[in-house]
Design a protein around this ligand. Structure first.
Ligand code: ADP
Ligand code: AMP
Length: 209
């Protein structure tokens, strides 16, 4: 299965992508995670991407397209993948159309104020990319990753101001992609409110259609 997780920042794409990837035995490929590791390592790509990410803007298409298509060529992605955070623009979608046949696009939607609450309460593991929420999905021990024991951090783009800028970027540039995939007959709209497990079941149901 080759699946795309579409939806605004904070909708729960990463959280649901991890569950789906485990269930289907395919890798979870998050372009945001890849970029954050490049920034942390101060690579050329990371240095070029950082100012856009910190401002809630999109990293230029040429950089992201090359990075993602390279990742999709890795052996573990041959059996399928859950792509999270890509595509975000029409040129990105067109580049992906040429590279892979996508089976389904899960389009998560949620009230904007809930998106802000989810993003501003998010804590992430800089080592293994596990995602928590201070209220709705806390780790067993405060500030410590359940999976690898590393100290959790807040993303620098999860301040309310930058989250609202990211939602605007999504509305302007990424939301139109829903029509691109709807026209192909592979878009599956899923309401992202409710418990993580409840949303997971809704996604499985939508994928059976
Ligand atoms: P995205 O990848 O779409 O930006 P995440 O998966 O990182 O979103 O989720 C954003 C925040 O919301 C995280 O803190 C996560 O723990 C929390 N979260 C995800 N799904 C739910 C849910 N169904 N209910 C409550 N909180 C959730
Ligand atoms: P995310 O982890 O998906 O919320 O992404 C965090 C940030 O990384 C975004 O706000 C963008 O700056 C950048 N980013 C991630 N994926 C892409 C993409 N496909 N195109 C452009 N920028 C991206």
């Amino acid at each position: 299965m080759r699946i795309i997780m579409l939806g605004p920042p904070g909708a729960g794409k990463g959280t649901q992508a991890v569950k789906l990837a485990e269930r289907l035995g395919v890798p979870h490929i998050s372009t945001g995670d890849i970029l954050r590791h490049e920034v942390a390592k101060k690579t050329k790509l990371g240095q070029a991407a950082h100012k856009y990410m910190a401002a809630g803007k999109l990293v230029p298409d040429d950089l992201v397209i090359e990075m993602t298509l390279k990742r999709l060529k890795a052996p573990d992605a041959r059996k399928g993948f859950i792509l999270d955070g890509y595509p975000r623009t029409l040129p990105q979608a067109q580049a992906l159309d040429k590279a892979a046949k996508i089976d389904a696009v899960v389009n998560l939607f949620l009230d904007p104020e809930d998106l802000v609450k989810r993003s501003t309460g998010r804590w992430v593991c800089p080592n293994c990319d596990a995602v928590y929420h201070v209220l709705t999905n806390p780790p067993a021990k405060r500030g410590v990753c359940d999976k690898c024991g590393s100290a959790l951090v807040q993303r620098e783009d999860d301040t309310e101001k930058v989250v609202r800028a990211r939602i605007r970027t999504y509305d302007d540039l990424t939301e139109p992609l829903a029509a691109h995939y709807r026209a192909k007959g592979i878009l599956r709209d899923v309401y992202a409110s409710g418990h993580i497990e409840e949303v997971h079941q809704r996604i499985l149901e939508a994928l059976r259609k």
